[in-house]
Design a protein around this ligand. Structure first.
Ligand code: UD1
Length: 426
């Protein structure tokens, strides 16, 4: 078992470089399936999920290489060489490890006319249905059946249509755009997700020859084309990693320059940090976040982009736990996302959960204890809490954190944090 030992009491100070977003890079890699030949993707984070997606693509017959950059930040270059006739099946062992494997469904059915992708099942932050992925693909003319734990999609040729999503699902929007780019005719996706990662994917698809309008808005229009070509593209910087460093700077009363952070992608989160008393300024190569004194509690409501990101909610709860006053944190995206709060309470935080609301009463300091990372973002939130706890906090099950944060320990140490990765016998 791998753990982080976090010694509290040091302010985060210095510079940190943010590489590309996990939630974009994984989809750009899936999108490579839409064209045969070599696609190159820059600024791909060196994380476990990228290794899993590489394996998904290899089992579909692609040749995938990862070359890490020598500069800091944990980024690198992925080259995906896609055969003329890729395989069409993704097994449960990979989908179970990473739900984002489901994003090969759209490209495969569009390009190959069929796909067999294992059903992911539930995970620690909620049930995470696939109904919008399925009904959208069915609207595009695919036949979808569930057999022996697999989703089996077939469509000799997809046809453009209009699709209305019940909720602006990130994954469903991406899968449907990737299917629609090779469909016959025009597809209009209404109530589409607007995340910067969707705009990034659409930018790559456009460079491949797709015809897309409205990326980054809630109505995306796709005119299908018969064929796409491989390209070279660069992943959008990771706003969740950048937001984690920003909240870490505020919690520890530090001063951090977050290189490559895009303030426009974090508008609501930065406004909340400013309300908490932080000094925030855009600098030439990113963003500076500094804090004097103890932050004030601010209420937070998670919503699809451009709202406050659900992926920063655990850090927002951790921040409130050491701020003055009381904060109401409302989770609207994943119903199970407050599960980690029990761990934060072990550190002495005062949090009461009522449905999808958490009432957090700030404390001067937290008190170290062994805690369990239940998912990627919860793990990062617990590490930040460890940085403001008395004594040494052991965060267990950190393989979750490794799924989303490249060089997490090294980056934190670079900012002055006292943190070590240790191996414990099971
Ligand atoms: C992506 C991100 C994740 C982020 C989330 C919301 C990746 C790899 N992950 O996840 O980090 O927290 O967006 O910003 O990009 N839902 C359904 N039916 C569907 C699809 C979704 O009910 O067909 C529900 C989910 O259960 C969830 C909500 O919609 O409650 C949002 O899910 P979605 O936006 O699809 O998130 P993901 O793409 O899974």
């Amino acid at each position: 078992m791998e753990c982080f030992e976090v010694t509290g009491g040091t302010a985060l100070t210095g510079r940190v470089r943010v590489t590309g977003a996990k939630n974009s890079a994984l989809k750009l890699m899936a999108a490579a399936l839409l064209a045969s030949g070599r696609t190159t993707i820059e600024e791909v984070p060196d994380i476990l999920d990228v290794a899993i997606m590489s394996e998904v693509l290899r089992r579909l017959g692609c040749d995938v290489t990862y070359e890490r950059y020598s500069l800091g930040g944990g980024g690198g270059r992925v080259v995906v060489d896609v055969p003329a006739e890729p395989g069409t099946e993704t097994d449960y062992d990979l989908v179970r490890k990473m739900r984002a494997s489901i994003s090969v469904l759209g490209p495969l059915v569009a390009r190959c006319g069929s796909a067999r992708v294992a059903l992911p099942g539930g995970d620690a932050i909620g049930s995470r249905g696939l109904d919008m992925h399925i009904s959208g693909l069915e609207r595009l003319g695919a036949t979808i059946e569930s057999e022996h734990g697999f989703l089996v999609a077939t469509a000799p040729r997809l046809r453009g249509t209009s699709i209305w999503l019940d909720f602006p699902s990130v994954g469903a929007t991406e899968n449907l755009v990737m299917a629609a780019v090779l469909a016959e005719g025009t597809t209009v996706i209404d109530n589409a997700a607007r995340e910067p990662e969707i705009a990034d994917l659409c930018e790559m698809l456009a460079a491949m020859g797709a015809r897309i309008e409205g990326a980054g808005t809630s109505t995306i229009t796709v005119d299908g084309v018969p064929e796409l070509k491989p390209v070279t593209c660069t992943t959008v910087p990771d706003r969740i990693v950048a937001g984690t460093w920003a909240i870490g700077a505020v919690m520890t009363r530090g001063d951090v320059v977050i290189e490559r952070a895009v303030p426009d992608h974090l508008t609501v989160a930065l406004a909340k940090l400013a309300d908490a008393g932080a000094h925030i300024e855009p600098v030439e190569d990113g963003l500076r976040v500094a804090m004097d004194g103890r932050p004030r509690c601010v209420d937070v409501v998670t919503l699809p982009y451009p709202g406050f990101p659900t992926d920063l909610q655990p850090m927002a709860v951790a921040l409130a736990a050491v701020s003055t006053g009381t904060a109401l944190i409302t989770e609207n995206v994943f119903e199970g996302r407050f599960m980690f709060v029990n761990e934060l309470v072990r550190l002495g935080a005062s949090v009461r959960i009522d449905g999808h609301h958490a009432v957090v009463r700030g404390r001067e300091r937290l008190s170290s204890a062994p805690v369990l990372a239940t998912d990627i973002r919860a793990g990062a939130g617990l590490v930040l809490a460890g940085l403001v706890s008395d004594g040494v906090t052991e965060v267990q099950d950190v393989h979750h954190v490794d799924r989303g944060y490249p060089d997490f320990v090294e980056q934190l140490r670079g900012l002055g944090a006292q943190i070590e990765r240790i191996h414990r016998p099971d």
